[in-house]
Design a protein around this ligand. Structure first.
Ligand SMILES: [Fe+2]
Ligand SMILES: [Fe+2]
Length: 475
């Protein structure tokens, strides 16, 4: 079951050839997907041979397969973790029942919505990142971008398989619509806000893969707990791919910081103007990018109080992060959780029923995980002997969703007036000028083993390849 069948037109480990109707439907969707990739995938890349990792089985060893591939020929397919015998629903009203192999009729609409919302983020990020190849700081980075892009494409396949297999005609229509929406499009945008933002430069890309792909991790972890077993098994496998995306973000920002600190020490200055003149990103600009990506991403968890979150949990569709490792009753009736509110222009803490606050519970778990990585970045600065530290902004900063959307809060958590916000915003969020400066650094470097001036080389190559390895063969 874990081995992947690559002889089928659609690689899979779900015995697709045994269900001819489903196989035909997906083979019908496949060329539409390829057309979407050619239109909206990485710009100008269709003829490149890219050193990519392809899954050959869902076992941990199955990841060892690396080779040069033209991206439109990448073997996108349908992979799921193995079925766990005797798995049960682990939370909510159905706790203890056998996990569902088919969609329970009563939960059909909610499950479809969950799967479509997750699925929509996957092609969206490919669209957001499609111009970045033109300004890659190295072959190594370009290859990592493309690896992420093909895997997001595969995540779309994962969700489309569930839609086709379990949701009949509605599912097939949703699968088509996933190829029709476009990130940032006014008439037919992607579903979630952060996935309609631009990813205009590589600093934004590394922040996105650190923060926003980590939102992906937490959403997938919550879905990996689902009582709907095919969703749980699919998302568990997706998580193995997501780990690499966050690695690209975390190590990318680390390398930017390392290079900046090197220049600061050479010039013996912390003056942003002099640091910029030397062609690297000053730390205050990095902090503003961090503030932006952090705040936009935590909005993705949804409103702090949400009856949908309660319904998804009660009905066993979406659990908490590490649900089965928690020692409570996994039903949560009568329990409360502290969320932030606003009263008389001040932030206050309020206790609300935990079931309604599950978005906030997941957001708080996410925030803890993100801050751990910010602290690792600070170690790089500390090691260089520079006193500046990066900090995650307050949870209420720059929010557009939920209770906190109604109030202006500084990164350090003070409620501020509209006037102060307008005056300070360019110190707190990337300004036009910041973005123009960062964009001015983005020149394409693709000679093997060479790196743009603003970023340090990685300590080790992909799959331990030599520093001058040709990750991309342009033709
Ligand atoms: Fe993804
Ligand atoms: Fe991802």
């Amino acid at each position: 079951m874990s081995a992947i069948n690559y002889t089928d037109k659609i690689p899979n480990n779900v015995n697709l050839s045994e269900d001819k109707t489903l196989q035909r439907a997906l083979e019908h969707w496949q060329p539409n997907y390829t057309n979407w990739w050619k239109d909206m995938g990485p710009e100008g890349s269709n003829d490149y041979d890219v050193y990519l990792r392809t899954a050959v089985s869902v076992d941990p060893q199955g990841w060892a397969n690396f080779g040069h591939v033209k991206m439109p020929d990448y073997r996108w397919g349908i992979f799921m973790n193995q079925r766990e015998e005797g798995r049960t629903v682990n939370f909510g009203e159905h706790k203890g029942e056998a996990a569902w192999q088919d969609v329970p009729g009563e939960h059909r609409a909610n499950l479809r919505r969950i799967i479509v919302t997750q699925g929509d983020t996957e092609p969206a990020s490919v669209e957001q990142q499609r111009h970045l190849g033109l300004t890659a700081p190295s072959q190594y980075d370009l290859r990592n971008l493309f690896q992420i892009n093909v895997e997001e494409g595969r995540h779309l396949w994962a969700m489309v398989y569930l839609l086709h297999k379990h949701f009949g005609r509605d599912g097939r229509e949703e699968a088509e619509a996933l190829l029709e929406r476009r990130s940032g499009d006014e008439d037919n945008p992607r579903i979630l806000g952060a996935f309609n933002e631009k990813t205009p430069d590589w600093l934004a890309f590394f922040m996105f893969t650190y923060f926003t792909d980590r939102d992906g991790k937490f959403q997938l972890c919550a879905l990996a707990e689902s009582g709907f077993d095919p969703l749980a098994r699919t998302t568990k496998f997706m998580l193995t791919e997501e780990a690499h995306h966050m690695f690209v973000g975390e190590s990318g920002i680390s390398r930017v910081i390392a290079r900046t600190c090197e220049v600061m020490n050479q010039l013996k200055t912390d003056d942003p103007a002099r640091i910029r003149a030397a062609g690297v990103v000053d730390l205050p600009t990095l902090q503003r990018y961090l503030n932006f990506h952090f705040s936009v991403t935590i909005d993705l968890f949804g409103a702090d109080e949400s009856s949908n979150a309660a319904i998804f949990y009660n009905s066993g569709l979406k659990g908490r992060y590490e649900e089965t490792k928690r020692d409570d009753d996994h039903r949560l009736h009568g329990r409360s959780y502290t969320v932030l509110g606003v009263r008389d222009g001040k932030l206050i803490e309020r206790d609300v029923p935990m079931l309604n606050a599950l978005n906030e519970v997941l957001r708080d778990d996410y925030i803890r995980d993100s801050i751990a990585g910010v602290n690792r970045w600070n170690k790089v600065i500390e090691k260089a002997g520079i006193p500046t530290r990066l900090v995650a902004p307050h949870k209420a900063f720059n929010r557009k969703i939920g209770t906190l959307a109604g109030v202006k809060v500084s990164p350090d958590g003070r409620v501020v007036s509209e006037g102060e916000w307008a005056q300070q915003a360019s110190q707190w969020l990337p300004s036009e000028e910041d973005r123009a400066f960062v964009s001015s650094l983005m020149g394409r470097v693709v000679e093997p083993g060479k790196y743009a001036n603003w970023i340090a080389p990685p300590p080790i190559g992909i799959n331990k390849q030599a520093p001058d390895f040709e990750y991309i063969r342009f033709s």
